[in-house]
Design a protein around this ligand. Structure first.
Ligand SMILES: Nc1nc2c(ncn2[C@@H]2O[C@H](COP(=O)(O)OP(=O)(O)OP(=O)(O)O)[C@@H](O)[C@H]2O)c(=O)[nH]1
Ligand SMILES: [Mg+2]
Length: 417
């Protein structure tokens, strides 16, 4: 396996060891082996080289001994910093942002995820052109003639324009996909089915929890999603319709996990994927309670939720992997659940909590639906807990337990008194 060093600057951040550990995991997720880590106490990075002289020398001297090929830094660096570090250490240098982009790029399976990642990547490259693509092109032209000096500048402009055009093109592609998505999401809104989104740090067990709930409430194994011991196994949002035995229905979504310092471009690019989270009525934050850094992971998740505009949603805190942590489970305290996503009674408990939360405002009403509006009756039968139906002269008289949103939707059929 290709060997890599990681390095970071420790300033006032008290969670520095956690950030470095996370960086090491991100490196491993890129199939590189971390052979040594370096850290330096500095109030801020050195403008030209990120790390200080002494530290760079220490790294350069360790290269042979460790047979390292890469140096990966804990922050986003300027192109100059990257170039200088490469020169002085003779290692290939990547920053944290590139590393995350690389993982996302390798994991993206659907068209939407691929477009989103490519946009984020190009936006990262745009201000860095000189250091990467142009340098290569300049090398090519240098071997041809010396007459077209200065042509480098034009090429740079050209490359910038090409990349900008590509970004615009990809954005349009993405928009057309999002339009389809938007139509779906509008029809979901119109159907007034409550929506629940699983959120949390990557690898916490969101997809496993989703699958547990699918197995319990959907009964169709074909609907299961991918769960895997790997960072960012899930990049796309999956939505499933789940129904309790009394017909109460909700939509559950599973989506991309979070990590500290998630590149802004990436969050921006994934905004549409994260729409399910923004529009949810209830969030379930899945937390790996067996991880010693679970507190930091909660903070990271909440920070990201804020960034995407979903900070003040009601939330169930779902402390997962209790089996691994040696904690008794399942146990409930208010909106907090300690559980294991792999265990049946835990999932039943979570399903009960979701039900209690979502359907607490449900009321029973009687509606009179004219026979000419049969589609409403059909929909009500599918969506609501229909308690009785009477076929009268004026239409179907239905008594059903409905949500506040459904109550609004069906209000025109309400039987007064
Ligand atoms: N021991 C134990 N392992 C679990 C539990 N829940 C999930 N896992 C494991 O944790 C790993 C990650 O689970 P996923 O459900 O894929 O995690 P995720 O949050 O969807 O991760 P990403 O999609 O990568 O963000 C898998 O190997 C699961 O089998 C649990 O309750 N106990
Ligand atoms: Mg997942």
């Amino acid at each position: 396996m290709t060997r890599a060093f990681i390095a970071g600057i420790e300033n006032q951040q008290k969670n520095f060891p956690y950030l470095m550990k996370e960086l090491a995991q991100l490196v491993a997720a890129n199939n590189l082996e971390v052979v040594a880590d370096f850290s330096q106490k500095l109030t801020k990075p050195v403008a030209a080289t990120y790390l200080g002289k002494g530290k760079i020398q220490e790294i350069a001297e360790a290269v042979d001994h460790y047979q390292a090929e890469y140096l990966i830094l804990n922050d986003e660096l300027s192109p100059t910093q990257i170039r200088n570090l490469e020169k002085e250490t003779s290692l290939k240098v990547l920053d944290r942002t590139e590393l995350i982009l690389e993982i996302f790029s390798n994991r993206a399976r659907t068209k939407e995820a691929q477009l989103q990642v490519e946009i984020a990547r190009l936006k990262y490259q745009l201000p860095r052109l000189r250091g990467s693509i142009t340098a290569r092109l300049d090398q090519q032209s240098a071997s041809s003639t010396s007459a077209n000096r200065g042509a480098g500048e034009t090429k740079l402009e050209l490359n910038r324009r090409t990349i900008q055009h590509r970004i615009d093109f990809l954005r349009r592609e993405l928009k057309s996909i999002e339009k389809e998505y938007d139509i779906k999401s509008k029809s979901r809104r119109a159907s007034a089915i409550p929506r629940v989104a699983l959120v949390g740090y990557t690898n916490a067990g969101k997809s496993t929890t989703m699958n547990g709930l699918i197995s319990l409430l959907a009964g169709d194994k074909k609907q299961l999603v991918l769960e895997k011991d790997m960072l960012f196994a899930t990049l796309d949002t999956s939505v499933r319709r789940l129904t309790y035995p009394d017909n109460k229905t909700f939509l559950l979504s599973d989506t991309v996990g979070f990590v500290s310092k998630l590149p802004h471009n990436l969050v921006e690019a994934f905004k549409s994927t994260l729409a399910e989270v923004r529009e949810a009525d209830l969030l379930i934050q899945v937390i790996d309670v067996s991880d010693e850094n679970s507190k930091e992971m909660v903070a990271t998740t909440e920070q990201t939720l804020e960034e995407i505009g979903a900070a003040d949603k009601p939330m169930i805190y779902a402390y997962n992997k209790a089996d691994q942590a040696g904690i008794t489970f399942p146990s409930v305290e208010g909106l907090q659940l300690t559980y294991s996503a792999r265990e049946h009674s835990s999932i039943e408990q979570l399903a009960a909590m979701i039900k209690q939360f979502l359907f607490k405002d449900y009321r029973t009403f009687t509606y009179l639906i004219p026979y000419t509006q049969g589609s409403y009756l059909e929909r009500l039968n599918v969506q609501a807990n229909v308690l009785s139906t009477d076929y009268t002269e004026d239409g179907s008289k239905v008594t059903a337990e409905v949500s506040p949103r459904q109550a609004d939707y069906y209000a025109r059929f309400l039987v007064k008194g």
